[in-house]
Design a protein around this ligand. Structure first.
Ligand code: PLP
Ligand code: MG
Ligand code: MG
Length: 607
């Protein structure tokens, strides 16, 4: 928890003199009638900072007067400001500090997100960097392959376009501040900048450089800066008002990257979910889901649960299979295993069939097993998210019809993209969730049932109050039996509207193209997929960790994460893998950007 900020404000600001009276400090520079530092103070106070130390020097009286207008501001004067650097000012404040702080220069305009971004990032010592915009007077930052600070300089080390630029906003732990104080004592001169000492201290305490091209920050040192700042400032104010946040690229298998419309759909007036207005939302959601589940949409019905995907799988299996039934569970990975766990916990009579996990189901072997005549139900995962294998429902449907089996399908990571028609594919019950291909937020599990199969459960087993499928399905029309996650449902409705507009087959084509683009790139870099290409769904790929390579998933993950790209660890016991999904609101341009970042990583960290 950071509640303290330090603003270094002792400088004279001589270069700004035409815009700044000579007795005034730089922080007094007016931007839209408010002194530049006052806007900064207001931003800090509005974002969780309660104590601000201002290191003053030139024009200190002006800061003293300002500090009286706000709570929690303390001015500490550096009396030697004319003959010392910014580190001398900081050193005078450090004794007052007893926890982590945000460190800012006094002459910055910035979006408020700059504060929350550093605040939230799980790194105790970090500097917010920006790309090079050619403003002039930049401090360039050189980093190591893990993005830790190596050096800072007024001169670019090579092409400035490829370098990080110091924003003037940093996050420092108390340890780092103490290290800086110690480090400063070894210097013979007082004319030392705080960035020099940060660099020297980083040899003992790593300082991460976080480059966020989407956050506007600008330092105002010169008249030219000032003119640019005046034109940039209105945009910053708009961004602050709009809750604008940066785009993130989620390559984990859901929750997926959302559209802005889905994110904002959650901001709604307070509403009681028992009102007709709200049941209209639920009704629309069910309509869309029925349409996705089968072209004979009147033959299926949708039951929604407040819960993750596992809730819907558990509801389906525990409500459908009676003590006198016997289900054959096809296990091809972690989600097959999850069905076995559910069957075991609820004491469902079951047998497990575990075919090789990376190739198509051996249908002859399955046929032989089913021909024993013991089974009433077949349960399987449509798309095994741990590997990326997509089962062909054609042969399954034929076997189910031949042996008159009720089919329970976990379609969590296929529903809404991969082809599926519950009526023609002989799927009696299908479990899905809001946060994968549907591109909604997490929190809704759904079971879609063939109406006739659901009706047959009238005297079905009752193993759970909350998850019983029949009673939830037959509760009052378009009402949840138990309290629904209201805002999540508004997002789900918006996501389904988007899906209906795009079309399920177009969405699948978009995902597959994204997969093709990324997969080709990964293959060129030397990675290969676990699953045979003929049975790969084109939605998520489990890549083998190349044996005997220097590859570290954690390092790769962290590097991409700092660039707003999230990848996912593997989930297979016998194979070292990691995963990348290409679902969500991603465009070909996004994938190109992701491929470029991946290339840069492997240039710095060869396999
Ligand atoms: N089944 C499959 C195929 C899945 O991919 C997942 C989650 O990724 C689940 C079940 C479980 O869903 P949840 O984690 O939302 O409970
Ligand atoms: Mg400067
Ligand atoms: Mg400056």
């Amino acid at each position: 928890m950071i509640n303290t900020a330090i603003i270094l404000a002792a400088g004279c600001g001589t270069r700004l003199r035409p815009h700044l009276a000579s007795h005034l400090p730089k922080g007094a520079l007016p931007l839209q009638d408010t002194p530049i530092i006052e806007t900064s103070i207001q931003t800090l106070l509005a974002n969780g900072i309660t104590t601000i130390y201002i290191g003053t020097g030139h024009g200190s009286d002006w800061y003293d007067a300002l500090s009286n207008q706000y709570p929690g501001i303390h001015c500490i004067k550096n009396p030697d400001f004319a003959t010392s650097g910014s580190m001398h000012t900081l050193a005078a404040i450090i004794p007052y500090i007893n926890g982590p702080i945000l460190l800012l220069e006094s002459d910055l305009i910035y979006e408020k997100r700059a504060i929350s971004y550093l605040y939230d990032y799980p790194e105790p010592n970090s500097i917010l960097a920006t790309p090079y915009y050619g403003y002039g007077d930049e401090v360039f930052i050189t980093v190591n392959p893990q993005d830790y600070l190596v050096s800072m300089s007024k001169k670019a080390d090579g092409d400035p376009q490829l370098q990080h630029v110091l924003s003037g906003i940093s996050k420092c732990s108390l340890d780092l501040l103490h290290r800086m104080a110690t480090c400063y004592q070894t210097h013979a001169t007082r004319m030392v900048d705080y960035e020099t000492i940060l660099t020297e201290s980083s040899q003992h305490i790593p300082i991460r450089i976080l480059n966020n091209p989407e956050i506007h920050v600008m330092e105002v040192d010169t008249p030219d800066h000032y003119n640019r700042a005046l034109s940039l400032y209105p945009d910053i104010k708009i961004r602050n008002r709009c809750h604008h946040h940066e785009r993130r690229y989620l390559l984990n298998p859901g929750p997926a990257t959302l559209s802005k419309a889905v994110q904002y759909a959650q901001i709604v007036p307070d509403i009681c979910p028992r009102e007709t207005e709200f049941t209209g939302v639920v009704s629309e959601i069910k309509q869309h889901l029925q349409t996705i589940a089968s072209h004979q949409s009147d033959e299926v019905t949708v039951t929604l649960f407040s819960g993750s995907g596992t809730a819907s799988v558990e509801s389906m299996l525990s409500s459908v299979i009676r003590d006198t039934d016997h289900v054959l569970i096809i296990n091809q990975g972690a989600y097959g295993e999850r069905m076995i766990q559910i069957a075991t916990i609820h004491g469902l009579p079951h047998t497990v069939f575990s075919p090789p996990p990376f190739t198509a189901i051996p249908y002859t072997a399955l046929d032989n097993l089913l021909s024993q005549g013991r089974f009433t139900h077949l349960a399987l995962v449509h798309h095994e998210t741990t590997t990326g294998l997509l089962n062909d429902l054609g042969p399954i449907s034929a076997l189910a019809q031949h042996y008159q089996l009720i089919v329970c399908l976990d379609a969590m990571s296929s529903f809404g993209a991969a082809p599926l028609d519950m009526m023609t594919d002989t799927v009696h019950f299908c479990a899905a969730s809001s946060n994968k291909n549907i591109q909604g937020t997490a929190g809704i599990g759904m079971v879609i049932s063939q109406k006739a199969a659901l009706a047959a459960l009238v005297n079905g087993p009752k193993r759970s109050l909350y998850l019983d499928l029949y009673s939830n399905a037959h509760y009052q029309i378009h009402q949840f039996q138990f309290t629904p996650p209201v805002h999540t449902l508004y997002a789900l409705r918006e996501a389904l509207r988007e899906l209906m507009t795009e079309g399920v087959s177009n969405r699948y084509a978009r995902y597959r193209n994204a997969w093709q683009q990324l997969h080709t790139h990964m293959t060129t870099l030397g990675f290969d997929s676990l699953v045979d290409s003929q049975v790969h769904g084109g939605l998520i790929t489990a890549y083998r960790v190349p044996p005997n390579s220097r590859f570290s998933f954690e390092d790769f993950h962290d590097y991409l994460y700092r660039r707003h790209i999230t990848i996912y660890p593997g989930k297979l016991r016998e194979h070292a893998t990691f995963r990348m999904a290409t679902i969500g609101d991603l465009t070909p341009t996004d994938i190109t950007h992701i491929c470029n970042e991946i290339t840069t990583y492997f240039q710095k960290n060869p396999l």
